[in-house]
Write a protein that binds this ligand. Sequence first.
Ligand SMILES: [Zn+2]
Length: 132
Amino acid sequence: MIFLKNDFENDVFVKNSFIHGTGIFSSIAIPEGAPIMIIKGEVIDGNECERREDEEDNVYIFWNGVDCYIDAVKTDKIKFINHDCDCNCEVLDGDEESLILSAYRNIEPGEELTIDYGYDEIYESCKCKACA
Ligand SMILES: [Zn+2]
């Protein structure tokens, strides 16, 4: 299990987003490259990931880059992160049961945190600021 000595999880809050539904925001400035929070959840395999996406409309699953998936549906913050092609956060490798959300560039207080979801379907109908 990964443990970050300093992170910004307590500075991240959930509120309505202009991008889509609900989003997560930082209440303070976060410097480029800083770890923001650990992405944790239930570890599942590729088949179970597909089943949950298809049968349960679960869109809160992160791929850990190897062969397992992290279902963040029960988390209170990270599951609300929205997609932006011009994102300010990135997802870094953690271990088999976690990933790290990190600042891709300097983030201002009050800014919404976004990542590039990185799958083809999102780009076809993307309504983010970079695409609009
Ligand atoms: Zn876009």
